[in-house]
Ligand binder design. Structure first.
Ligand code: OAD
Length: 237
């Protein structure tokens, strides 16, 4: 039986593709107020501003490509049973070839009606559809007549996919965490569900904010860190 690897990723895995992270000094939350553009209250206050923010990010996604770290994560599937749990709303893991991806915070290329599939209903996937890199505006309506909104989990909203992410982490033989500051819950708490004895690797050029004796910190950028990770697990397994 193949060993199970769960790869938990954040904005840092896409940084070398040219996608901004959030909390670094040049990050998105330096230029935008998170409560204005990425919270449910912000959406109710000024939906046009929120749509503009995600329209710009969706358009930018058309201009970037997966990097060697996304590809190395996809290639793990040749030898391991891999589930990628990502906080990223880009589609670079898919485009690099990963086949099992849980998007905890939603997906940029998808939209849904604003009156459906929120934290009360859970996401009923049939109301969600792909718009690729197109923009949406106020007045763009879903088939049910409601305003379209980005298929993104905002601050103040539930994270419907957290249960399947917890199940994946609980079953993992190896946990690999790449490029996340582990500041945003519930994603940041996922590592605590890992079985007691398993190794946890974190690839991040900055210091790690959690203390856990199982953690092996590979202090490097994602592309170089993935090479080191591959060598380390080859020598151990
Ligand atoms: P952050 O911006 O909080 O953290 C990015 C992490 O990536 C930091 O720890 C950086 O040190 C690291 N990093 C930077 N460049 C890197 C590189 N080349 N290789 C590897 N690591 C690198 O982003 P996230 O942790 O993903 O949610 O943020 C979590 C959530 O907060 C996001 O999903 C988003 C945000 O608000 C929502 O908008 C709901």
């Amino acid at each position: 039986m193949k060993k199970k690897i769960v790869v938990l990723t954040g904005a840092g895995v896409s940084a070398e593709s040219g996608v901004s992270t959030f909390r670094d000094s040049d990050g998105l939350w330096e230029q935008h107020k998170v409560e204005d553009v990425a919270s449910i209250e912000g959406w109710y206050r000024n939906p046009a501003l929120v749509l503009d923010f995600y329209n710009a990010r969706r358009a930018q996604l058309a201009t970037v490509k997966p990097n060697a770290a996304h590809r190395a994560i996809a290639e793990l599937e040749n030898e391991y049973d891999v589930i990628v749990v990502t906080q990223n709303v880009d589609n670079l893991h898919e485009r690099a070839g990963s086949t099992r991806i849980i998007h905890l915070h939603g997906e940029l290329t998808k939209v849904r009606p604003e009156n459906c599939c929120n934290d009360r209903d859970g996401f009923s996937e049939e109301a969600v559809f792909d718009i690729g890199h197109d923009s949406i505006s106020l007045g763009d309506l879903a088939p049910n007549g409601a305003q379209l909104r980005p298929h993104i989990v905002w601050f103040g909203e539930a994270v419907p996919k957290i249960e399947s992410a917890i199940d994946a982490v609980e079953a993992a033989d190896i946990l690999l965490i790449v490029g996340t500051s582990l500041q945003v819950y519930p994603a940041a708490g996922l590592y605590a569900y890992a079985k007691a004895g398993i190794p946890i690797y974190i690839i991040d050029p900055k210091d790690v904010s959690i203390r856990d004796g199982r953690i092996h910190h590979i202090k490097d950028v994602a592309t170089k860190g993935m090479e080191e990770f591959k060598n380390l697990i080859k020598s151990k397994n």
